[in-house]
Design a protein around this ligand. Structure first.
Ligand SMILES: Nc1ncnc2c1ncn2[C@@H]1O[C@H](COP(=O)(O)OP(=O)(O)OP(=O)(O)O)[C@@H](O)[C@H]1O
Length: 257
């Protein structure tokens, strides 16, 4: 399963936010999209999963133009977890995760749908929250439930926009470890927008670093997250040090601290 985009352009108004992007996402890989605030990371993610239609260019899912596919087929293949989800109605955690099964449910929820929701509640260690109203959860709990809902969809490609932004260090590792098992045990593709360059460096197979005016670098974390590239894109001096857990990127103190 793969997603490819060719010469992708997208604009909200007159200026292009996404310019001439070519990108390939493959199963069995965790791809991180990184770059400064406002550079277009979330917009690119939304173009790749057909939420936004590009101004120019094409997105292909397994060689087929994504715009020509029906929503049920797309939902069985792609799931998207936004940065923040506002829920204005009352719903329990269980019901929310069950919503992920919607593309598979014909006229009634099956025992298999229920078993999948239960296994995901266990996997994410949120069984104790099953009957809680979503709107009573903490930011981190909501974030885990949103990811759990997307997994219930059993997508081949999972897109997540800053999935660890509200999570403490333990829950960050737990979510990343669940995403890694999707990639390496189930051969799915995972695409995450991340701000934490160290998380991207440590856990990605491929990094897509976005800069201004359609400029980007892509490749292995080692190739892309070099001090030169970080200086070019973020205008920030960093030091990259070796630790027992791999490389670590630290901004240099240039007087702004
Ligand atoms: N709905 C919208 N209407 C108009 N402009 C928008 C809209 N959404 C985003 N933008 C603008 O498009 C640009 C890219 O936004 P986007 O959210 O894709 O950036 P990002 O790299 O994900 O940012 P961040 O890291 O801050 O989340 C920004 O300048 C933003 O202000």
């Amino acid at each position: 399963m793969d997603i490819k985009c060719q010469d992708l352009y997208f604009a909200y108004n007159k200026d292009d936010v996404i310019k001439k992007i070519n990108l390939e996402i493959k199963s069995g890989q965790l791809t991180s999209i990184v770059g400064p605030n406002g550079i277009g990371k979330s917009t690119l993610l939304k173009c790749l999963c057909n939420i936004y239609k590009p101004k120019h260019g094409v997105v292909y899912l397994n060689g087929k133009e994504i715009v020509s596919m029906n929503s049920r087929t797309l939902a069985k293949n792609l799931a998207y977890v936004p940065q923040k989800q506002a829920i204005s109605f009352s719903m329990t955690v269980y019901e929310m995760i069950l919503l992920g099964r919607r593309p598979y449910i014909k006229w009634k929820v099956s025992a298999n749908d229920e078993a999948i929701v239960e296994s995901i509640l266990n996997k994410f260690k949120i069984m104790h929250l099953a009957e809680r109203e979503i709107n009573t959860l903490s930011g981190g709990e909501k974030q885990k439930v949103a990811i759990a809902r997307a997994l219930a969809q059993e997508p081949n490609i999972l897109f997540l926009d800053e999935p660890t932004s509200s999570l403490d260090i333990n829950h960050q590792l737990e979510v990343i470890s669940n995403l890694r098992s999707l990639v390496y045990q189930e051969s799915k593709a995972v695409v995450v927008v991340l701000h934490d360059l160290n998380l991207a460096n440590r856990f990605s197979d491929k990094v897509f670093l976005m800069g201004k005016d359609g400029f980007y670098k892509e490749g292995s974390p080692e190739e892309v997250l070099s001090s030169e590239n970080i200086k070019d894109i973020y205008n920030l001096e960093v030091e990259i040090i070796n630790t027992s857990q791999g490389k670590y990127i630290i901004p240099r103190d240039t007087g702004i601290f």
